[in-house]
Ligand binder design. Structure first.
Ligand code: DOR
Length: 437
């Protein structure tokens, strides 16, 4: 077959049915139309010789701060950072100001995103102790990836800390409930461990038991009601052991920060720039998180892109806010781990392309298949790059990986059939669409 392709990706090594195959991909509009040998010269051609062609890479946890803190990030700047980093779709978090915890606020965000986001997108609906009766209305809502529940307080005002309220949210939600799992009661009790000016006390305050206690609670509730939950940014060895035995109702995420840095070195090097919730912890936890990757216990990787202005991060701990940017660096950092043979490329694709689609039910994405959406990330595994603050498109303008050298880098991002990023430059206008579930 020939045909009228709007774009042909030629000579790439394409990840198809679990293997890399040298093959061409013909796109028509926003769909993958043909995978095979394509002898046609009239259409626009992208020469992918010596490059690897992946299904569009998805970041399932970003905070783009709009509405509320648009001096730090907005939907446009955050999604620019995403496509520059090879990310084609994002799940964006509701701890904005006001929070995305009513249908009116949700609708407002969908409208704010239109023609401004460079990647595709879905938004989380934020759970509160009062809004569980709204959750049934999210059932077939396009652009909604699920419900976010903060069991422990972090940035913003969203919090559902009482067990009876957590139970109400999980039992009443038809969509997956993704959980920031730290125990608020323990956080309050352990405030005495905060040492002013010493960010190394952050993981003492928000200790492993604080995370484990909450995770034990939410998993039991999910099992009691036979509901599906997703535990975000798992950070402890105890949770990995526990979650490995409770996979029926539960999936979980690890961040690249927790797989690349550990205490105390990260705090010596970065000070409060390394401060996040749940915290970066000691090497024994880091080692166990890698076991979760290597043994395929973990389900997805998410960046928890949580930008804060440098001026605020430079405040004396604990007045410094928690979180660091990551949507632009998650793929380069993880490709570098692939180069170092810490995980296979196949595993990375499972964690960042296939599993997000399977777990959250995203339609028509996650694989290079005919009739699937033409969201594609093209990478060069030989490209070496030093990550620098001045490459960062996030309005915060810094990265915890400044001066970090990686091998393996995204060189083009295709969203809805259009090349939006090529060689570190954005080359088309914002035309991201809400994800369908
Ligand atoms: O460190 C964090 N920062 N963890 C979160 O869960 C929230 C995030 C933020 O929004 O700043």
């Amino acid at each position: 077959m020939s045909g009228n392709f709007s774009l042909i990706i030629k000579n790439g090594s394409c990840f198809i049915e679990g293997k890399l195959k040298n093959i061409d991909i013909g796109l028509s509009g926003n769909k993958i139309k043909k995978i095979g040998k394509i002898d046609l010269n009239s259409a626009k051609v992208f020469d992918a010789s010596n490059k690897i062609v992946l299904p569009g890479v998805i970041d399932t946890q970003v905070h783009f701060r709009e509405p509320g803190s648009t001096d730090t990030e907005d939907l446009e700047s955050g999604s620019k950072a995403a496509v520059l980093g090879g990310i084609t779709s994002v799940f964006e978090m509701p701890n904005t100001n006001p929070p995305t915890s009513t249908l009116a606020e949700f609708d407002k965000k969908i409208k704010l995103a239109k023609n401004r986001m460079h990647s595709n997108y879905a938004f989380y609906f934020g759970a509160t102790p009062e809004n569980s009766d709204q959750l049934s209305k999210l059932k077939n809502l396009d652009g909604c990836c699920g419900v976010k529940l903060f069991a422990g307080s972090s940035t913003g005002k969203l919090l559902v800390d009482k067990e009876s309220d957590i139970e109400k949210v999980i039992s009443k939600s038809d969509r997956i409930v993704s959980i920031h799992s730290e125990d608020e009661e323990i956080l309050k009790l352990r405030k005495k461990f905060i040492k002013e000016g010493d960010v190394k006390s952050h993981p003492e305050w928000r200790n492993a038991e604080c995370a484990m206690s909450s995770t034990r609670r939410v998993v039991k509730i999910a099992e009691r009601y036979n509901k599906r939950i997703h535990v975000l940014h798992v950070s402890t060895k105890e949770e990995v052991d526990f979650l490995a035995m409770h996979k029926k109702n539960v999936t979980f995420e690890i961040t690249p920060q927790h797989l690349t840095m550990y205490a105390p070195d990260c705090y010596d090097k970065l000070g409060s720039l390394a401060q996040m919730n749940p915290p970066l912890r000691s090497k024994d936890h880091y080692d166990k998180l890698w076991v979760a990757v290597k043994k395929s216990i973990v389900d997805v990787l998410g960046s928890d892109h949580a930008p804060h202005l440098k001026a605020n991060k430079d405040k004396k701990y604990p007045n410094s806010p928690s979180g660091m940017p990551g949507v632009q660096t998650i793929l380069p950092i993880m490709l570098d781990h692939v180069s170092k043979e810490n995980l296979s490329l196949e595993m990375l694709i499972k964690l960042m392309c296939e599993n997000p689609c399977k777990i959250f039910g995203i339609k028509n994405k996650g694989y290079l298949k005919e009739e699937y959406d033409a969201d594609i990330t093209i990478i060069d595994m030989k490209k070496e790059q030093i990550i620098k603050n001045d490459m960062i498109a996030s309005k915060c303008g810094w990265t915890p990986f400044n001066n970090y050298k990686v091998k393996g880098f995204p060189i083009a991002t295709i969203v809805n059939g259009k090349i939006v990023m090529e060689n570190n430059k954005i080359i088309s206008k914002a035309q991201g669409m809400p994800l369908k579930f």
